[in-house]
Design a protein around this ligand. Sequence first.
Ligand code: HEC
Ligand code: HEC
Length: 330
Amino acid sequence: MTTDNHDTPPAQSSWSGAASSALILGLAALPLALAIGGILYSRPSTPDAPAVAAQSSTATPAAGLVPAVFSPPGERDIPDSKMGEWIQRGEAIFARTPENAVGFSGNSLSCANCHIDAGRLKNAAPMWGAYPMYPAYRKKTDHVDTFAERVRGCFMYSMNGTAPQDGHDILVAVEAYAYWMASKAPIGEKQPGAGFAKVPKPEQAPTFDAGQKVYTANCALCHGDQGQGQKSGKLTVFPALWGKDSYNWGAGMHEIDKAASFIKSNMPYGLHNALSDQEAWDVATFINSFERPQDPRFKGDVKQTRQQFHDSPYSTYGLEVNGKLLGVGL
Ligand code: HEC
Ligand code: HEC
């Protein structure tokens, strides 16, 4: 792992070439891979045309209707200035994290794999919904987190990597990007579509077996039989859901209630609320019942780590599933 371009200013040449060719490759690979799904998954955005329209700047909030979803600026609105360069750099880190945060990213995921549409999509923890809500007290860290600290958390857990130290240019660039995306959003007021849309607990307790059925029918096509995802060369086309290339045991997505909420709004890709609440909880239970990289807060004892950090009905860490103890790490 190298951290050599660590402190370099965001000169276009050091990163944008690699990022844009990777992006072009990615865009070319996605429809191809989606074509495997054929009729089922013809185009990711068509099923939700009304929601997309509601996000566009032409939507007029009408009294008595559902409150308008905040409309973030588009990529073309990035200013042509020094600040704009940092915003662009943040966007590149967000979209292609492994290539643009070398030494800090520990798996093949990118921020945008979970914060979909480069951090714009409502109910996928969009950056315009997050930025204005920090600093905030968080139980997980037991102190008041700044936005930068929150991002450091996603580097440590969701990216199974190393958090850039405070003031590091990678953090500054991501902050600049999120700040810009939240332009004109009210501060300290939770916006509709911010975070995830919580899915109520289902009637039946979710099970691995029920989740496996949902997974085989709706997810395996893209994410693979072993949750390993799919790559085209080095580029991730479909991200991994468990195993060594996925988020670690400390990540929010390993918590079944959070994963169910993300999945219900966003998966199968391009469909929104296609699964029932029960199916979302079942499949969230299934994908989070396999081994994944260790929680970085682990001090050598799975039981103690469960007690300290995962004492919740929504974590399978430290439990036995199908005769296997989970939480031993990979
Ligand atoms: C595996 C999926 C995943 C990846 C990859 C990921 N995140 Fe997150 N992120 C989450 C989840 C889940 C939450 C909510 C966690 C919670 O509520 O505890 C979250 C929360 C956040 C928040 C706070 C959102 C809010 O509304 O308060 C920010 C900011 C954030 N992530 C930034 C990033 C950045 C930057 C990256 C890339 C370096 C990244 N995330 C990568 C899943 C992910
Ligand atoms: C048509 C292909 C496709 C199908 C089917 C699909 N996904 Fe995804 N999934 C994706 C893509 C693509 C992303 C990354 C989104 C992005 O980068 O814009 C993703 C991201 C995710 C993520 C967050 C990133 C990660 O790796 O943790 C989870 C969790 C997830 N999918 C779960 C599921 C589940 C559960 C199902 C079945 C109910 C499912 N997906 C069905 C394509 C698919």
